[in-house]
Design a protein around this ligand. Sequence first.
Ligand SMILES: Nc1ncnc2c1ncn2[C@@H]1O[C@H](COP(=O)(O)OP(=O)(O)OP(=O)(O)O)[C@@H](O)[C@H]1O
Length: 302
Amino acid sequence: MPVIEVTNLHKRYGRTVAVDDVSFDVAAGEIFGVLGPNGAGKTTTVEIVAGLRVPDGGEVSVLGLDPRRDAARLRQSVGVQLQESQLPDRLRVAEALELYASFYRDPADPAQLIEELGLGEKRKTPYDKLSGGQKQRLSIALALVGNPRIAILDELTTGLDPQARRDTWGLVERVRERGVTILLVTHFMEEAERLCDRLAVIDRGRVVALDSPAGLVAAVAPEQRIRFRPSAPLDDRLLGDLPQVTGVSRSGTQVVVTGTGDVLHAVTSVLARNQIIAADLRLEQGTLDDAFVELTGHRLAD
Ligand SMILES: Nc1ncnc2c1ncn2[C@@H]1O[C@H](COP(=O)(O)OP(=O)(O)OP(=O)(O)O)[C@@H](O)[C@H]1O
């Protein structure tokens, strides 16, 4: 049973078509990613889901409700962390959380949330004295303080250094473990690959693919390439005859085998049976980046 259903969504700003027929469903407990380059229509899409923008066409259902008509009810169940959220400079971390908690019927305990998000030492620090990573963690805490069933997180790691980004990913995984469904906007491949159960790849306002990260890669770049230097002369036919192998070639002293499925296991088994050691063995697989280029014809600039 999906908790979010988006069907044939359209939105234009003047002559700019921001969202051009977007559809997807998000299941309960999922981390669902919306991945795409700048300007693809990601923020517009999730802000419509959050009830913050009005679509020109299409249907959106969140927990069985309409984000426009049932905005007040949904506010109790949907936490939203938007791009570049700003708070008053002088507002302290604990004050911000207590203020936001007061908007909800059944809020989380602000003190506990502060600890969980690693802001314990910053509870009395004003907003303008927080680092980028701390501001980001506070904005996630604010999205969670109402004990939502769904959290919408937009570009939550943009501007963070690699360590802070990884810490934030751990945090998102812990939120999901509590049973919260997460709709996550990102333009980072690594983030999408690491966190998302499924992804809608959006380009120029359209969904160009929808699958798990591994499924997206397998669909467009199913071939794997194995490179190694054999410890003894090797008859290429030994490998070429394997059903998983699509090609065997040489590059200097290296053997290069391409194939699909469990090709690595098949090749190493044959080598072992023939007492050949594969030195400098490397397996190269397609990445989500390759899949994106294949799907859209251009690279997703980080
Ligand atoms: N309020 C607005 N008024 C006019 N045009 C807008 C407005 N908001 C967004 N747009 C345009 O709509 C398109 C989609 O924007 P949107 O912010 O949804 O994309 P995005 O994928 O979230 O991009 P980013 O990653 O840069 O935030 C862009 O061309 C953008 O310039």
